[in-house]
Design a binder for this molecule. Structure first.
Ligand SMILES: Nc1ncnc2c1ncn2[C@@H]1O[C@H](COP(=O)(O)OP(=O)(O)OP(=O)(O)O)[C@@H](O)[C@H]1O
Length: 650
């Protein structure tokens, strides 16, 4: 029996021997021992180049050995005949049989838990493809095309891939978290960007995986500390992204809204923006600190107007400041009309104009920290016979300034601890150019700061970690160093503690003294704001008209308020019911009924959702407009300053 079975045993042993030999060769050619040791000590990233060189060398050795053996075999075969091949084959078979014989401890399949997936994809693109599949970003029969092999970039690994023709890069951005899970890294470590323009397309994705938490290291100090002066027209150094790329923030011709829950770095972020402007002696500053702490105190020595406190008295003083600024903007537009085309080519302030003392149109920035305090103030005001609260009036004035001010050189920087729809009027939000959202409570608040639907595009600041102070999502207005195509970037702001802030403010004061531009509060002339009463009257006009809007029945009034500019012709054409129900926090059934009673019938339209185009129920904005006109016989569009403020010079 044993004799009969022996050929099968031999074949089995040889087969096992073959497997063992092949495994040994594979682990040798992949330099597995070294790689495992490097992985175990988490040095894989450092040793990658060495391992790759060794792998390449061992492949070459394998090729050379196979080549030499083949040539030698052929030569011996020629000289001594086929005998040699038989003997050689026999030796190999015996060798494999010995290697593959059954004995205690012989290698076999061991059930093991999978090891860490982290970084294996850098060596083996198949792991990356599997990760994309696991994250459901590509189908199980689809694959990726590697545009560039994994390379070391900064403190991480970068790879660029093309998705299959049916897939979109934007979906990878949206589902970054699923990909992070598939690659076994925290989502803060995974940066996914579209590659756009020349060399990019809608299905090309650049992936970068940080070796470790990119925001876990000590924060960087602001580079503004090292400069003598700054030009307000240059984007201000704001922070670094995860890959340590600089992110600068343009401020002139735009405005900035910063929102976050307490203690996440709002004030620090707003101060960074201020620092760049402080170091330009031609910039005029208004600082209203409703936090009334020490954070802004140093700015008093450079600010044209400064106050710190959260009483009604401060809120009313802010009203005066804003009215003064409205008058200033109107005056600037009027004066710009009289300037020749060479000095003022468009109805927009230029760097030269902003520095010309005769024109008196310096870049003027107003910083309001904890802007929810004045916006929520309920002090009744009697403005031209109309009763309204100070908060409402401030909301109107700020909206007007954010809309008309930037082109006239007015920069608005608002920071709020309460970025909810009730506190920051939607009209105001809609006209704030740049947004910076540090950690907030939920995706709704994040959308309020960053803009509608930003969470569905993969930008949700409620997902940031509490320990990541100063890290937020920046949605810049226009181009940043990250490129014009970038919708938003996660940035870690530079760290500017009080002592650095004080140094910058002192420097700003010295610069202003040297240029003779120190004015107002900083110069010790805390004059009352110059209030242009005509401008005030026109501003009040806006409020009076808004009061009419407020008389619209609910929920139409809320819908009009929520849609803001989007309701105007040229804005949105269709708004899904689900969006209105969520945003206005109303009961869907009652909402639909009431809207129907007010003459707004829902319809169906195709809208882009996270899962592609879908038919959803909603309202045509044209229908909402005509319902408003019917109900109050007025144009429902939010007040455009040009008409409602009577700013004829614009
Ligand atoms: N870029 C940064 N890097 C590291 N830490 C930071 C950074 N920015 C802010 N912090 C830390 O976060 C803390 C809170 O910052 P800040 O006072 O700006 O918060 P805030 O959001 O304005 O708080 P509040 O809502 O209470 O006014 C600061 O004391 C600072 O230590």
């Amino acid at each position: 029996m044993a004799v009969l079975r022996s050929p099968f045993r031999l074949a089995g042993a040889v087969a096992r021997g073959l497997v063992v030999a092949a495994r040994w060769w594979r682990s040798w050619v992949r330099v597995a021992d070294y790689r495992e040791a490097a992985e175990a000590s988490e040095k894989l990233a450092d040793k990658f180049e060495v391992i790759r060189a060794l792998t390449l060398f061992r492949w070459k050795v394998t090729g050379a050995v196979v080549g030499v053996a083949a040539v030698a075999g052929a030569a011996l075969d020629l000289v001594y005949g086929h005998r040699v091949l038989w003997i050689g084959g026999g030796v190999v078979v015996v060798g494999l049989a010995v290697l593959g014989r059954r004995k205690d401890g012989s290698p076999g399949r061991k059930p093991v838990l999978a090891g860490p997936r982290t970084l294996t994809w850098t060596m083996d693109p198949q792991v990356l493809v599997d990760a994309f599949r696991d994250a459901k970003l590509i189908g199980k029969d689809e694959t990726l095309r590697l545009v560039e092999r994994a390379t070391r970039q900064g403190d991480g690994w970068a790879v660029t891939v093309d998705l299959p023709a049916t897939r979109k890069a934007i979906d990878v951005l949206k589902n970054r978290e699923a990909l992070a899970s598939a690659l076994a890294v925290d989502e803060v470590q995974l940066i996914v960007e579209r590659v756009r323009g020349n060399g990019g397309h809608a299905g090309r994705v650049a992936v970068w995986v940080a070796d470790e938490d990119p925001y876990g290291t000590a924060p960087m100090r602001t580079p503004l500390l090292g400069v003598q002066r700054w030009d307000a027209w240059r984007p201000v150094p704001f922070g670094r992204d995860a890959r340590q790329r600089k992110v600068d923030l343009p401020l002139v011709w735009t405005s900035l809204l910063v929102g976050a829950i307490p203690r996440q770095g709002k004030t620090f972020a707003a101060r960074l923006a201020a620092a760049g402007l402080i170091l330009d002696p031609f910039t005029r500053l208004y600082v209203a600190d409703f936090k009334s702490g020490k954070d802004w105190y140093a700015a008093a020595q450079v600010a044209h107007r400064f106050m710190s406190g959260d009483d009604t008295e401060h809120v009313l003083r802010l009203v005066d400041w804003l009215v003064e600024l409205v008058g200033e903007v109107q005056g600037r537009y009027r004066r710009m009309q009289d300037l020749d085309d060479e000095v003022c080519p468009e109805s927009k302030i230029t760097p030269a104009m902003s520095r010309d003392p005769h024109l008196d149109m310096p870049v003027t920035a107003i910083f309001i920290d904890e802007v929810q305090v004045p916006l929520e103030d309920r002090t009744p005001l009697d403005v031209q016979g109309k009763k309204l609260t100070a908060g409402e009036y401030i909301g109107e004035l700020l909206t007007w300034l954010a809309r008309k001010g930037p082109a006239a050189g007015i920069v608005l920087v608002l920071a709020t601890q309460r970025p909810d729809s009730k506190t920051i009027p939607s009209n105001l939000r809609a006209v704030m150019g740049s947004r910076f959202a540090l950690r907030v409570m939920d995706w709704r608040d994040s959308n309020i700061v960053l803009g509608e639907q930003m969470n569905t595009r993969g930008y949700d600041s409620s997902r940031l970690l509490a320990s990541h102070k100063g890290v937020g999502i920046l949605r810049p207005d226009g181009e940043t160093t990250a490129g014009a195509d970038v919708l938003a970037i996660t940035v870690r702001t530079y760290y500017m503690p009080n002592e650095d802030w004080r140094t910058i403010c002192q420097q700003g004061r010295a610069l202003r003294e040297a240029e003779g531009t120190l004015s107002g509060h900083a110069a010790g002339h805390d004059t009352r704001p110059v209030i242009d009463h005509a401008a005030v009257a026109r501003a009040i006009g806006t409020v009076a008209e808004r009061a009419d809007d407020a008389e619209l029945p609910e929920p139409l009034a809320s819908v009009v308020d929520y849609l803001g500019d989007d309701l105007q012709p040229g804005g949105r054409e269709f708004v899904p019911t689900a969006e209105l129900v969520t945003e206005l926090e109303v009961d869907a059934k009652a909402f639909g009924l009431r809207m129907g009673e007010l003459g707004c019938k829902p319809t169906r339209d195709r809208v882009a959702t996270a899962n592609g185009l879908r038919q959803v129920r909603g309202y045509l904005t044209a229908d909402i407009r005509s319902a408003v006109t019917r109900l109050c016989g007025d144009d429902p569009s939010p007040p455009t300053p040009t008409t409602r403020h009577g700013v004829t010079a614009v």
